[in-house]
Design a protein around this ligand. Sequence first.
Ligand SMILES: NC(=O)c1ccc[n+]([C@@H]2O[C@H](COP(=O)([O-])OP(=O)(O)OC[C@H]3O[C@@H](n4cnc5c(N)ncnc54)[C@H](O)[C@@H]3O)[C@@H](O)[C@H]2O)c1
Length: 418
Amino acid sequence: MKYKIAVIGLGYVGLPLAAAFSKKYTVLGYDNDSARVRELKSGIDRIDQFSKADLIQLHNFLNFSDNPESLSDYNTYIITVPTPVTPSKKPDLSFLMNASKTVGRYLKKGDTVIYESTVYPGCTEEDCVPVLEKTSGLKFNTDFFCGYSPERINPGDKINTLTQIKKVISGSTPKVTEKVDALYLSIIKAGTYKAPSIKVAEAAKAIENAQRDLNISFVNELALIFDRMQIDTHDVLEAAATKWNFLPFKPGLVGGHCISVDPYFLTHKAIELGYTPEVILSGRNVNNSIPQFVAAKVVDLMRQKEIYNKDAKALILGITFKENFNDIRNSKVPEIYKALEAEGLEVEVYDPLADPELVKKEYGISLTKAPRKYEAVILAVAHQVFLENGVRKYKNSNGAVLYDIKSSLDREVIDGRL
Ligand SMILES: NC(=O)c1ccc[n+]([C@@H]2O[C@H](COP(=O)([O-])OP(=O)(O)OC[C@H]3O[C@@H](n4cnc5c(N)ncnc54)[C@H](O)[C@@H]3O)[C@@H](O)[C@H]2O)c1
């Protein structure tokens, strides 16, 4: 069979995937954000995954469209749309449902729909398939088939790229599993892993991120405990790490659209099935409490130094959710910002990697272009540019507090770290 692939959703996941498949197959990149499609056609990738030259080169092989009708020429649909949570931490499936409706309208007999978005176990077959069936009028596993292959990329990571990461795949029938496997094997150099069912593949993705979230929550809780004991958490971790099976996690802010979101998909489904997870939700709660802890700690250190007053100013360095990258989704820095403001401080944020307009739109914070001197400086994101250019220069000469959330600075120059 000749694969004609349409990738639906050209974001962090969809664009590199469409690019990789376009080296071998006829591929359409479809996105319902017309501005995104216009930009991609003119060589602009607002999320900085591709350079202008690479994108223009790519456009020779890969068609971009915001017109759903162009989907009718394809037989394999790969859905890579966002799956965020609502403000009350419930899965927001609206993007997934809309994309399924769109694909359903163009689905033909023999077509395959593969989902890559992160979901809870059962979502593909219980939530998406009924939408595909309803909009297409076709019957699942008779007229059309499904696959699920979770994405594991870590945007910004130049080593573990799409084709270098083993890919879990699954299909709605044994024959489809083989077909989906052959398709991905043709581009994934690291190989594939055939999960026994779609549900297993969905669950595997959910627990990869939940496990990381929990491991970090454990060391974050240790940081809260050791602060009260007045011992440095990193000293303890370093000592414990001399044991062969101690896992090397560091405390920190857990933001972003994966680790801080995906566990809620799992807990949502568990609660729906009558079990309220205790461990997973406790871990989430601990991680969610860290911004408040950091803000209180900084104010405490300022009080100790007697520099806490109503005119005091604080600078937070970094707002992206990880270093050397521009993604600001679910950043925890705005929570530190608000908590410090509530303490009466005048707070500024400096991040040369983040898009100021997006930060303003998302969080209502105007990024500082030229930082001055402050009574408190908080390194929240260890961008290389901060480490290379130094951060001490932002300290006021009155013995300002320097707090290191990332434990990236020399011990001697800081007043505290998480
Ligand atoms: N970014 C990552 O590092 C990463 C890693 C692994 C898994 N994931 C998962 O992959 C999925 C996609 O994440 P992302 O980071 O690529 O999202 P993104 O926000 O970067 O991109 C999603 C794209 O989908 C488009 N879109 C939304 N609804 C659409 C629709 N109905 N039709 C067509 N296009 C539509 C948006 O305009 C956007 O361009 C999510 O489920 C996410 O959890 C992301």
